[in-house]
Design a protein around this ligand. Sequence first.
Ligand code: URA
Length: 249
Amino acid sequence: MELQDILYSQGFGTRRVCAGLVQQGWVQVYDGSAAEQPVPCTDSTSEWPLDGLRLRVQGVDWECHAKAYLLLHKPAGTECSQKPSTYPSVYSLLPVPLRQRPSKSAVQGVQAIGRLDQDTTGLLLMSDDGQFIHRMASPKKHVPKVYRVTTKHPVDAAQIAQLLAGVVLDDDPKPVRAAACELLEPHQIDLTLTEGKYHQVKRMLAAVGNRVEGLHRWRMGRYDLPADLAPGQWRWLTADDLQRLVAKD
Ligand code: URA
């Protein structure tokens, strides 16, 4: 693919801006030569393989990916909306090119997959691959999500039994049930859900007479939020990570 098109696909601006970046000498390419030093490239139509290409654009290194599969450790006090009402958007935690990636068919740039409440922390996936977004977000696919829930009142055996048997929420007569519920401490459980209804964990705990005081999502599928990814940080997901995310137990 031409270097100017690669830059465009990665979110570095309009096609004209991207051509200009190259022609003005702002782009260097790690072409595998000369001891890991990037080499200048001013030919905006030079051809390169996109996936895995490493660039230095205006002094900043960039790894090229045809499709974006990202993990964000969502901190508290952020909204998953592109147009937040009260708190900063999770999108503001991504570098500018990831926020500016052009639309791919029906997907308008990088999207958060599902929503976490502003006060919920933990594992948030983001992507611009429509199929992957559907695969991870569709309730029909039953991807298990594990939430560490801190509660106001001690969780008793009857509450756990109710959560597993199913509780009725106010917007649907069909009961929703937890796929698993493990008591960790008197005020702490791991709750596994396979759907993602609005405020589902909070409403389920309220339905059994308790209250959520803290909520952290730490697992999806067989993929755990890495311990070395601090709140507010993001990273690219590897092929192995993607396998774990879609794996069925
Ligand atoms: N359930 C909730 O109540 N809130 C979240 O953020 C996620 C699941």
